[in-house]
Design a protein around this ligand. Structure first.
Ligand SMILES: Nc1ncnc2c1ncn2[C@@H]1O[C@H](COP(=O)(O)OP(=O)(O)OP(=O)(O)O)[C@@H](O)[C@H]1O
Ligand SMILES: [Mg+2]
Length: 253
């Protein structure tokens, strides 16, 4: 059984069929990429799977259990985390507090229990802070542990988003354009970071326009075009697919 199974998934916004009858499955432990031209439905697909949007029709199963229509918080407690194409960092908080928000999302369901139990909340807070600092080191943000978010460069904020998602201790993580707006060196660093996340045992679903990074990292690739599945397969298969060349790769080369 695959970790994630998506069957005939659709969402319509008025007349716009943003995702249309898309089916695919993702095995645990791989890096899976979703590519396609601007407006193809990649972010909408992420929003559907991570509970931001409710599908018009279709099925989403995590470990065989239907999760369609569940809230992002519920999904977080089941090990599904994500980053956002447009940074969702709280600029008036410190970097480490932003990471701790991720940990809080994971622990919310136990908050009342935790409040009634020793160790005290204060000690738990200290533990979470240490955990968050560790994650910041993991994503290469050691020197920003004490920084305010609004004092950090854009490239560092992109990695802070990943740290916050990892604080949810996900089994499955959705990264929406983690390298968007980064220079060549920063892109290579994010490439390495995504590899490190995958090697730590987290299944990765990646939306990215940087084809080098996609081909380098992904075991399998789903190609969307106008909300529909155009192709799916290994990098080699997708690259050779004439429909893909015509609709996407061709247009970009
Ligand atoms: N909430 C919404 N209401 C109406 N239309 C929407 C909504 N969300 C997405 N769409 C439309 O759905 C289509 C797919 O958009 P989406 O953002 O998923 O594309 P994308 O593949 O992520 O593109 P990009 O590469 O530019 O990020 C677009 O036509 C978009 O305008
Ligand atoms: Mg998008």
């Amino acid at each position: 059984m695959s970790m994630l199974e998506v069957k005939d998934l659709s969402i319509h916004f008025g007349g716009v069929k943003a995702v249309q009858n898309v089916s695919f499955s993702i095995d645990a432990g791989i890096v899976y990429a979703v590519i396609g031209p601007n407006g193809a439905g990649k972010t909408t697909l992420f929003n559907l799977i991570t509970g931001v949007y409710k599908p018009t029709s279709g099925e989403i199963k995590l470990d065989g259990e239907s999760i369609g229509g569940k809230s992002p918080n519920e999904l977080a407690t089941r090990g599904v985390a994500r980053t956002f194409q447009n940074l969702q960092i709280c600029m008036n908080m410190s970097a480490i507090e932003n990471v701790m928000v991720g940990a809080h999302l994971r622990l919310d369901r136990n908050l009342i229990k935790a409040a009634l139990r020793l160790p005290s909340l204060k000690r738990r807070d200290a533990e979470m802070r240490e955990e968050a600092a560790e994650l910041m080191r993991f994503v290469g943000l050691d020197k920003f542990v004490d920084s305010r978010a609004d004092a950090m460069p854009y490239g560092a904020l992109k990695r802070l988003e990943i740290a916050r998602a990892l604080a949810m201790k996900p089994r499955l993580i959705f990264l929406d354009e983690p390298a968007a707006g980064l220079n060549a060196n920063e892109t290579i660093e994010v490439d390495h970071l995504v590899r490190k996340v995958a090697d730590s045992g987290v299944t990765v679903v990646l939306v990215e326009h940087d084809m080098k990074m996609v081909m380098n990292l992904s075991e399998r690739i789903l190609v969307l075009d106008y909300g529909k599945k155009l192709a799916e397969g290994t990098g080699e298969e997708v690259r050779k697919n004439p429909d893909v060349i015509a609709a996407y790769l061709g247009a970009h080369e």
